[in-house]
Design a protein around this ligand. Structure first.
Ligand SMILES: CC(C)(COP(=O)(O)OP(=O)(O)OC[C@H]1O[C@@H](n2cnc3c(N)ncnc32)[C@H](O)[C@@H]1OP(=O)(O)O)[C@@H](O)C(=O)NCCC(=O)NCCS
Length: 205
C-alpha cells in the first residue's frame, strides 16, 4: 500500500500522461514543493463561479504556498493537471485520506457509516476553459487508482457538492457516485453527500 511519504519521495509513481479528445496532452502528477507560483496562477485564474463551486481557503500565492507546504505533512494528497505543451496548471485533484468528524456524523445520520482507513475524500477543480470537455471523466480512472493504492474501498466528496452545481452532479453520477443525503452548510447553502463504492480490485477475484 502506498504512503504519502513514498509519493513525495517518488512522484513518478502517480505521474501519468493523458491524451484529451482534441489530441492535446496533459500530465497529471503529485503537487511538488516548487509548484507554489504556478499553482497560484491556476487559483488566481479561476472565475468567480468556479470559486463559488470549489472550496479553497483562498486564491492567491499564500494559499498555494500552504498547499505546497502541506505535502506529506498531513492527510492530503494533491495532484496537479498540467498542459503537456505549456506546463500551465489546469486542474487540481485533492484527496484527503482522513475523515472529518462532521462527515462521519452526517453519513451516520444518513444511514451510511463511514470507516476510517477504508474511506477517503476527493474534490476536483479544473480551470474554467477545461471544464465541460470530458477531462474530469478522462482523469477519473486515475482517481480510483489513487484511492485503491492507498487501500481505500470507497470515496466520498470533500465537503459534498452544491445542489446547484449540475455539471459536477452529472460528473459524479456518471462516474458511479450515488447520493447519500443533502445538508445545509453554515453559510446556508444546500449540498449533497455522494459516495462511490470502488468494488472489487480490477483483475481480482
Ligand atoms: C466538476 C468538474 C471536475 C467536472 O469535470 P468535467 O471535465 O467538467 O466533467 P465532464 O465533462 O467529464 O462531465 C460533465 C458532465 O456534465 C454534463 N453537464 C455539463 N453542464 C451541465 C449542466 N448545466 N446540467 C447538467 N449536466 C451538465 C456534461 O454534458 C457531462 O455529462 P455527459 O458526458 O453525460 O454529457 C469540473 O467541471 C470542475 O472543475 N468544475 C468547477 C469546480 C467544481 O465544481 N468542482 C466540484 C466541486 S464538488
Amino acid at each position: 500500500m502506498l504512503t504519502l511519504t513514498e509519493v513525495a519521495q517518488d512522484p513518478l509513481v502517480l505521474t501519468r500522461r493523458l491524451r484529451l479528445r482534441d489530441g492535446s496532452e496533459v500530465v497529471v502528477r503529485p503537487l511538488g514543493r516548487g509548484d507554489a507560483e504556478q499553482l497560484a496562477r491556476f487559483l488566481a485564474g479561476l472565475s468567480p463561479e468556479s470559486r463559488r463551486l470549489s472550496t479553497f481557503d483562498g486564491y492567491g500565492l499564500d494559499t498555494a504556498r500552504e498547499l505546497c507546504d502541506a505535502i506529506a505533512r498531513y492527510d492530503k494528497l494533491r495532484l496537479v493537471v498540467e498542459e503537456a505543451a505549456s506546463g500551465r496548471t489546469v486542474g487540481l485533484l485533492e484527496f484527503s485520506l482522513d475523515l472529518h468528524p462532521s462527515d462521519i456524523a452526517r453519513y451516520r445520520r444518513a444511514g451510511v457509516p463511514l470507516v476510517e482507513g477504508a474511506d477517503c475524500r476527493f474534490g476536483p477543480t479544473l480551470a474554467d476553459d477545461y471544464q465541460g470537455r470530458g477531462v474530469g471523466t478522462l482523469l477519473f480512472p486515475l482517481v480510483t487508482e489513487v484511492a485503491r493504492r492507498f487501500g481505500r474501498k470507497r470515496v466520498i466528496l470533500l465537503g459534498g457538492v452544491l445542489t446547484d452545481n449540475p455539471r459536477a452532479l452529472r460528473f459524479y453520477e456518471k462516474n458511479g457516485f450515488v447520493a447519500v443525503g443533502t445538508f445545509t452548510g453554515t453559510d446556508g447553502t444546500s449540498s449533497l453527500d455522494m459516495i462511490l463504492d470502488l468494488g472489487p480490485e480490477p483483475g481480482g477475484a
